[in-house]
Design a protein around this ligand. Sequence first.
Ligand code: DQA
Length: 145
Amino acid sequence: MKILVINGPNLNMLGIREPEIYGKGTLEDLVKMIKEKANSMGIECDFFQSNHEGAIVDKIQEAFNKVDGIIINPAAYTHTSVAILDAVKSVGIPTVEVHISDPDKRDEFRKISFVRQACIATVKGKGFEGYLEALDILAKNVVSN
Ligand code: DQA
């Protein structure tokens, strides 16, 4: 089973960015944590972070017929991007939406998620652990090729 983990804009700043909301761990720490759990589950993981909407759309399209599941934290694009929603719908790959914080408990504008409509589940407000929960969800719901 092969999974693609996508992190959107400003998540390369984890550890520096608003640590009271996102914690002190870096993106590198997050990747390491996911890799360790994925390895123990026999899941192959690819990682991608971009600050650019189009680059995220390209990456999702490239995953067509190549990966069995996607974990995506579209970050700020969650609340704005129909293009990312359409990309996930286009490829038809089971996708879990993850947020480190709980956007529903923050600003009004964070309550909308476009991508959610195309996702099999959403995990929010659980810090980095949320990505591990997403791995479990995909492992239970996805049949690998
Ligand atoms: C986020 C929540 C979003 O509202 C915000 O724009 C982010 C990160 C999260 O992981 O909690 O950049 O997706």
